[in-house]
Design a binder for this molecule. Structure first.
Ligand code: ADP
Ligand code: MG
Length: 312
């Protein structure tokens, strides 16, 4: 197709054959590519050095350094990192199922079971980051939550999907837990950082001499991911975010006040339990906001445990 002809070639990436562009950011493009040495398909995030300040370049190196320490099935794996004069190359585990963002746009909204199926996976990954690695992601949003390829389920003999079924293939297939939407992975550690452990006041991962004001500053940083998780869960259930305004200033004020509602009629049929859970995430005081362990222990999450086990 057209796009294939316009794919650039990058000195330093000779080992890879670019297949298609999958995403675009301010300083980067993400390609699906074939790794001819490892003989596997990967994602490559190509970052343009020349557009970036020294500070921004340092951030990319930090992203790489953090990703190197992560290994979890809910987190996109960094396979390799290299650079040329003009670019950084992050070779990543490929998540071919696309962004959660696009699934929401396509489905408009998710049933409670489907929303639970997705959000539990995101939460398990966040629990790994927060509790096992001391990493705060800081950019949890539907664009940074990616789907694994949907497992192909053999069709029954004689089964012929009609056009509409083909289009939605895999999404509502019965037989996979949660309605068969597949597994998700967190991507994009460009804003992530390693934080200090709240209980022991020791740095997670590294040894240092950090001043108390920094430790205090970071005490609440895990809670920013929990706020974002609440926003994602809200959006999954109704297809629009909890905070929105055309004007950035008005939006900022709404967020600062934690001013959101369970808007009728969209929320009328949705359970009290999940509203309660969201309310404990979208609360302005980070001291009161649920931690990841409180989130995972909530009755609405526990109600799906049967389902979770069947997908493992
Ligand atoms: P940015 O910092 O520009 O947001 P991201 O790392 O989020 O960079 O990548 C931008 C987009 O590229 C993502 O939203 C997603 O659509 C796509 N993408 C990134 N990593 C992968 C991956 N491992 N597999 C598939 N698509 C990816
Ligand atoms: Mg991103």
């Amino acid at each position: 197709n057209q796009q294939k002809n316009t794919l650039p070639t990058y000195p330093g990436l000779e080992q890879f054959v670019l297949i298609e562009k999958m995403g675009d950011g301010a300083f980067s493009s993400v390609y699906k590519a074939h790794d001819t040495k490892a003989n596997r398909t990967v994602a490559i995030k190509v970052v343009r050095k020349y557009d970036m300040s020294a500070h921004q370049r340092a951030n990319i190196l930090k992203e790489v350094q953090i990703m190197r320490q992560l290994k979890h099935r809910g987190v996109v794996e960094l396979y390799d990192f290299s650079e040329s004069d003009e670019h950084y190359f992050l070779v990543l585990e490929l998540a071919t199922g696309g962004e959660l963002f696009h699934r929401i746009v396509k489905l408009t909204y998710f049933s409670e079971d489907l929303a639970r199926h997705v959000i539990v996976q995101v939460a398990e990954a966040i629990r790994y980051l927060h509790e096992e690695r001391g990493v705060v992601h800081r950019d949890i949003k539907p664009e940074n939550i990616l789907f694994e390829p949907i497992p192909i389920i053999p069709s029954p003999p004689g089964y012929k999907p009609d056009e509409e079924d083909k289009e939605d293939e895999g999404i509502f297939q019965p037989g996979i837990g949660g309605g068969g939407i597949g597994r998700v992975k967190i991507a994009d550690f460009g804003l992530s950082k390693i934080v200090w452990d709240e209980q022991t006041m020791t740095p997670c991962g590294t040894v240092g001499y950090t001043a108390p004001e920094i430790v205090k500053d970071e005490r609440y940083s895990k809670s920013v991911d929990m706020w974002a998780l609440g926003c994602v869960l809200y959006t999954l259930l109704v297809g629009f975010p909890p905070f929105y305004d055309e004007s950035i200033q008005a939006l900022t004020e709404k967020v600062a006040r934690g001013q959101f509602t369970f808007l009728s009629p969209w929320w009328d049929e949705i359970s009290f339990e999940v509203k309660d859970l969201i309310s404990h995430l979208l609360c302005v005081d980070p001291n009161e906001r649920y931690t990841i362990d409180q989130f995972l222990a909530h009755p609405w999450i526990r109600a799906g445990e049967q389902d979770i086990q069947s997908t493992v």
